[in-house]
Design a protein around this ligand. Structure first.
Ligand code: PGA
Length: 257
């Protein structure tokens, strides 16, 4: 049975004080909850402050990126060791904003995935097609390429520490989410690909989140899909009441199943 995973990607938002308030609000509501896994991904400068607030609670902490080296002369970058040192258990890799706004390649993301897992971090590995790719019926082709290149060379054991986030680029920050049926279709395809690459046990256990304009109104119907095992939330994760409503939707779905 896969545990639902609701994660908040704060992107380049919050201040030190609003990050603390947001983390405290989530801890107050869900810090002892075991039903749904809840994660927060603050900007690097606020990781330590948020780590103090979530310490000893059931909320997990993660970074939004890393550089694929333990240390070195890489001005402006952050290593997996540093993330672990700050209390992170997870890191988001391959986010569409890094792929398409910063220009990260599949091969570079693959290096990051290896470095993160070798260091002992768990990975939320993001994939998703652009609108023109969906319109050209190339969604599955894009997902297959991102999976085969991004997860190349991983062992079956390592894949157990990878969460996949299906985030169609056209749905991110646009207010236009994939329908539950569209999400379910993509997730089923992704699970099948994981099966081909890493065997049926990994396909069965891999957690696949949906991301892209998730909000309190659409979360429950998305999470109710059999192959949607969680959500990666951007905008709506910045407000305690909205993020809480999404977690509560997850708790209802978990209780019903
Ligand atoms: P959004 O972002 O919820 O604001 O669409 C999701 C994401 O980029 O992870």
């Amino acid at each position: 049975m896969r545990k639902l995973f609701v994660a908040g990607n704060w992107k380049m938002f919050t201040t030190l004080s609003s990050a603390r308030q947001l983390a405290q609000g989530i801890v107050d509501g869900f810090g002892e909850n075991e039903k749904v896994l809840v994660g927060v991904f603050p900007p690097f400068p606020y990781l330590l402050a948020v780590a103090e607030i979530v310490r000893g609670k059931t909320i997990v902490l993660g970074g939004q990126n890393l550089y694929p080296a333990a240390e070195g002369a890489f001005t402006g970058e952050v290593s997996p060791t540093m993330l672990l040192d700050c209390g992170c258990q997870y890191v988001i890799l391959g986010h569409s904003e890094r792929r398409h706004k910063i220009g990260e390649s599949d091969a570079f993301i693959n290096q990051k995935v290896h470095t993160a897992l070798n260091a002992g971090l768990k990975v939320i590995f993001c994939i998703g097609e652009k609108l023109e790719e969906r319109d050209a019926q190339k969604t599955n082709q894009v997902l297959e390429r991102q999976l085969t290149t991004g997860l190349a060379g991983l062992t079956q054991e390592q894949v157990a520490s990878v969460v996949i986030a299906y985030e169609p680029v056209w749905a991110i920050g646009t207010g236009k989410n994939a329908t539950p049926e569209e999400a379910e279709q993509a997730h089923t395809f992704i699970r099948g690909q994981i099966g081909q690459m890493f065997g049926s046990a990994n396909a069965e256990s891999v957690v696949i989140q949906y991301g892209g304009s998730v909000n309190p109104n659409n979360a429950e119907s998305l999470l109710a899909q059999p192959n949607v095992d969680g959500v990666l939330v951007g905008g709506a994760s910045l407000k305690v009441d909205q993020f809480s409503a999404i977690i509560e939707a997850g708790m209802r779905v978990a209780s019903a199943s």
